[in-house]
Ligand binder design. Sequence first.
Ligand SMILES: Nc1ncnc2c1ncn2[C@@H]1O[C@H](COP(=O)(O)OP(=O)(O)OP(=O)(O)O)[C@@H](O)[C@H]1O
Length: 342
Amino acid sequence: MTAAIEVEDLRKQYEGVRALDGVSLSVPEGSFFGLLGPNGAGKTTFINILVGLVRRSGGRAEVFGHDVEDDYREARDAIGLAPQEFNVDHFFPVREVLEHKAGYHGIPADEARERADEVLKQVGIYEKRDTRFNWLSGGMKRRFMLARALITDPDLLILDEPTAGVDVQLRHDLWDLITELNESGTTILLTTHYIEEAERLCDEVAILDSGNLLTVATPEELMDRGPDKIRVTLRNAPASVPDLPMLSGTRGASDEGRVESVELDGDQLVVTATQGGLVAPDLVRALDRAGLEIVDFDISRTSLEEVFVDMTREGGSDQSAEAVAADGGRDATVGDDGGVSE
Ligand SMILES: Nc1ncnc2c1ncn2[C@@H]1O[C@H](COP(=O)(O)OP(=O)(O)OP(=O)(O)O)[C@@H](O)[C@H]1O
């Protein structure tokens, strides 16, 4: 099966900054794929290369098998983009903006009007169809960005921080909407700084940092990489960590069930361990043997956010972006009318 996105050794150098440093990854058709990374990691650059707004410095980038530069039209027609920035013509009512966009992609006028109404209803701002973009509220603007991305009924929907700055209700509405789109077959590439959003929605996430791909995995796999925390509330907690042999290291020969640290937090014994579920039975037995009565017991997994912070801890990408010899890393900008300007 052709991948929705296939990039190999993708590189981008801006003057003085290596924004992408040889990224290779494949996004399967139909997946809900998250692209995570701290500020300046290269996420927007990656997206902009796919949609033809930025010219790559090297490597390969294809959308449904179409090279993003050689087969620009085919690649671009398959993508609906909701960018981070509000780059919307604010002189026209929003329905007309959508009709223009549809027209640019070759959709006949009658169909364009129908389609515009349909997507405005889909995102819940149909009653604002005759309003100019600037007069919409912040949340409505976000909804409109999604409507514009959907006007061409794209096979690949790219959402660059679609829920930035929106209230909780709208965030949940947008999550429902994009989940439905994904379930009906649309491939989704999502960038977000809300790690919980990626954990909740994505089948797979890629973590980028300073232009390098650190990992591609399911949120579950990533969370499995972090340790678990076991909190045991004791009835008559001792003054210091009890001296139990099982708390002093590996449970077995393998790395599974290894105790990493133990501390006493008031009346709670807090044990950090890989595979907490394997450590728990021994811990209960050991506490029982030591005559310590357990009042409450809780095991929690590392969150995706903790794993993410840990992996990208080495300082912000903006600071560490490597200065490179200026090769004139040129940008090309493509307007809705298809005009490309360097
Ligand atoms: N047009 C440009 N000219 C020079 N440097 C640029 C340009 N665009 C981006 N950069 C630099 O490239 C790096 C990657 O930026 P990019 O916007 O792709 O990151 P990002 O992961 O999308 O960040 P954020 O989460 O803050 O949106 C940064 O160091 C940024 O300053």
